[in-house]
Design a protein around this ligand. Sequence first.
Ligand SMILES: [Zn+2]
Length: 111
Amino acid sequence: MSSETATHETRVPPDESPAECPYCQRPLESAELLTLHKGLDHWERLDDDERERFRETYAAESESLRSFRLKLLGLLVVLYFAFLFVYSYVTTDPISAGMVATARGPIVGAL
Ligand SMILES: [Zn+2]
């Protein structure tokens, strides 16, 4: 596999003592990232315990990513309505008011 001989660009500071992959010597920031890296890049070389550890770490990572996405979605909804309320409170633009009036006109007329 080409990834085993490639050099990797990392953001690990040189004075830190990161976790290092025993198969390709890639420095990683934490033991969890090392477990994920070994599962993704060196799956064939792992024993059953390491594979099980990878599955557990992967599931935990997926769960925290899912809750992060939900929080971001909630923040987006809150921001949307905050801007909508601010806009509806602040706006005095007669063109926008006219667009609302003409948009209502044909609907009311059709009924
Ligand atoms: Zn590796």
